[in-house]
Design a protein around this ligand. Structure first.
Ligand code: R5P
Length: 296
């Protein structure tokens, strides 16, 4: 197997190759003045299994297109198998039709992956694992739940008797699992999303977190609405410290700065999206474990 890191996950791709002692393929990439991507795969791929590593965080369409272009070209060059490692999978949140005419972007995106020649798609904490696994049934898929790995890493990073808080009822599975692994208590907040404006509000409530160390945990931060509202509410209840942790960090730098300004002690995310403005936890090992178990 050879590893081809895409422009959005260069460090992660190189790290996976290093950990598995696998050869790296070079990629020449540049952007034309109109924004389109130029790509050239450098190296021999004939009859080889190739794993592309590329996240699809913003700009999603560009990152997605780059994967499709690479997969299709690899197959055209004679690669025997194309594995796409997409640590954050975009367009997964619209996964069912709620209103007439609504686009189910998850299914369309999955079909695009399959039709571009991808044999296997590996992602991390998909938005809805069940739907992910049953979509595009002819493509092999793996959804890695990295909560157990992250819980241990967070404990190694800082060992405190946290009260774990989930921002909404949808976070319950992740929160319960983290709480079980760390043997710590948890609560979840109540969130409401206006179906038309998509505005998030977290229900005002008294939280018993005075003088406690709090770990606020979410799977994803995007607009920051959920995190900001939850953080404000927690801070109102006077914890002694507050760490915000999320798996997929899609937030803009402005949003991250706004959160820092609220008085959070730390913001941490995994490197499913590479960033240099906050602390990240490397998840390469979870991917290499799967590749080793299945293919090497
Ligand atoms: C929601 O259901 C997720 O777990 C996240 O809380 C949500 O997607 C975060 O999005 P945003 O940052 O836009 O509020």
């Amino acid at each position: 197997m050879k590893i081809l890191p895409g422009p959005a996950s260069k460090e992660l791709g190189e790290r996976i190759a290093k950990l598995l002692k696998l050869p790296l393929l070079d990629l020449n990439s540049k952007y034309f003045s109109d924004g389109e991507t130029y790509l050239q795969i450098v190296g021999d791929v004939l009859n080889e299994e190739i794993a592309i590593v590329q996240t699809t965080a913003p700009p999603q369409e560009k990152r997605l297109m780059e994967i499709l272009l690479l997969a299709s070209t690899l197959k055209e060059m004679g690669a025997s198998k194309v594995i796409a490692i997409v640590p954050y999978l975009c367009y997964a949140r619209s996964d069912r039709r709620r209103k007439d005419g609504e686009v189910v972007s998850h299914e369309i995106t999955m079909n695009l992956f399959y039709n571009s020649g991808i044999d296997t798609l590996i992602t991390i904490n998909a938005h809805n694992s069940e739907i992910f696994l049953e979509t595009a049934p002819n493509m092999e898929k793996f959804d890695l739940n990295i909560i157990p790995f992250l819980a241990k890493e967070i404990k190694k990073y800082k060992d405190k008797e946290w009260l774990i808080i989930g921002p909404d009822s949808g976070s319950i599975k992740d929160i319960e699992l983290t709480s079980r692994i760390l043997n710590l208590p948890y609560i979840t907040l109540e969130k409401y999303r206006d179906p038309d404006t998509h505005k998030i509000s977290i229900k005002d409530a008294e939280i018993d977190c005075k003088d406690k160390d709090v770990l606020l945990l979410d799977d994803i931060i995007s607009s920051g609405g959920t995190a900001i509202d939850a953080i404000k509410l927690i801070l109102k209840n006077k914890p002694s410290s507050l760490i915000f942790f999320c798996i997929h960090n899609l937030a803009s730098e402005e949003v991250i700065n706004e959160i820092k300004g609220l008085g959070v002690n730390e913001i941490i995310s995994s490197n499913t999206v590479e960033r240099d403005d906050i602390e990240t936890i490397d998840i390469a090992n979870s991917i290499t474990d799967l590749l080793e178990e299945k293919y090497l």
